[in-house]
Design a binder for this molecule. Structure first.
Ligand SMILES: *Cc1c(COP(=O)(O)O)cnc(C)c1O
Length: 331
């Protein structure tokens, strides 16, 4: 039994209107019943604050709908597309950037659009990378997911296939032997797994990641920078280290998108820059992801980070290292 706060009770009552509430038993067991600041609780239990829209917040901050030639297919970069394969997730993150279509609503990622998406990819020979996301593609039944993988793999110019998921964190038992057997037919498939806090890494999640790694699926992480959850450098460092221990390579940290009702999650950009400053050079390079802001209005992922180049003129670079010592490199 979780001792709910007033804000949580109010949030739960009203959550259906904005973004459905779903929490898996696995996540529920990770929640601290007595601490409203528990990082798992903060991410999955809605708060009344979600119903407040703050300045500059948008429904579709990354303008994905505008860049969708087919509903459910986002084509922003020249050589890769994002396919929103389903609108459902095992659990709904309260910071979800795609809350406009995620949940039980009728949304753009309907299966009827899939054929149109395959045709679009087939007709665009520049597309060499397809990222299957949603929602969470691992919410689909094996057969439905296999149809998608098979269809995309049959397009000869698609070289790189990846799946964005949070299932190893939210519903690790979904990674079954049968699923792995099916996935292997379409190998290589890369996985980007959404991890935000060290508390998400436990025996069950490690097992799910091991099953994927042992069978040849490379794993990367995506992390959303969240106020009061992972905005302290020591927590982020621990998360990155624990990810490496379970063979997940830290890939991106995202500034929390200005999506409606998420102001209580958003940190200043400087918090992310400071985290990178505290990682780069101080720990394994493999533990350092790229901090990005998804340019509001459809700019795509823009890396931001500490400035190591102090000046550049006439073939002379003045640089500083992670300790702040200054070096000159002459070309
Ligand atoms: C994130 C994203 C991608 C993939 O970007 P990478 O930097 O290659 O990981 C592709 N399309 C869209 C629309 C995206 O948001």
């Amino acid at each position: 039994m979780i001792n709910l706060t007033k804000e949580e009770e109010e949030g739960i009552k009203r959550s259906g209107g904005v973004l459905g509430l779903a929490i898996t038993p696995h996540l529920a067991t990770l929640m601290d019943p007595n601490d409203p600041n528990c990082p798992i609780r903060r991410q999955f239990v809605s708060l009344s604050l979600e119903f407040k829209t703050s300045p500059h917040e948008m429904k579709d901050p990354c303008a994905e709908d505008r860049d969708s030639p087919i509903p459910g297919l986002v084509h922003r970069y020249p050589d890769r597309v994002l396919l929103l394969a389903t609108e459902s997730c095992a659990a709904y993150c309260r910071h979800c950037t795609r809350r406009r279509l995620v949940g039980d609503k009728k949304s753009a990622c309907a299966p009827s659009n899939l054929d149109a998406a395959y045709e679009y990819i087939k007709a665009n020979r520049k597309i060499r990378d397809v990222l299957i996301s949603g929602g969470d593609p691992l919410m689909l039944e094996d057969e439905a997911l296999e149809d998608i993988l098979k269809s995309i793999r049959s397009i000869s110019h698609v070289e790189f296939l990846r799946v964005g998921t949070r299932v190893p964190v939210s519903l690790p038992q979904r990674i079954t032997g049968d699923l792995i057997k099916m996935l292997k037919k379409y190998s290589p498939v890369w996985f980007s797994i959404h991890f935000n806090h060290p508390k998400e890494i436990n025996k069950r999640t490690k097992l799910a990641c091991d099953m994927l790694s042992d069978n040849g699926f490379p794993l990367g992480s995506q992390t959303v920078l969240l106020k009061g959850i992972n905005d302290k450098p020591y927590i982020m460092r621990r998360l990155m280290h624990e990810l490496l221990e379970i063979r997940v390579r830290p890939y991106y940290i995202y500034q929390c998108d200005p999506v409606k009702g998420t102001a209580h999650f958003r940190t200043p950009v400087s918090a992310g820059i400071n985290i990178i400053e505290k990682l780069r050079g101080h720990t394994s390079g493999y533990a350092v992801p790229t901090f990005v802001i998804d340019g509001p209005g459809g700019g795509g992922k823009i890396p931001v980070g500490p400035n190591y180049m102090l000046s550049q003129a006439k073939g002379k670079y003045v640089l500083r290292n992670y300790r702040g010592k200054i070096y000159t490199y002459i070309e």
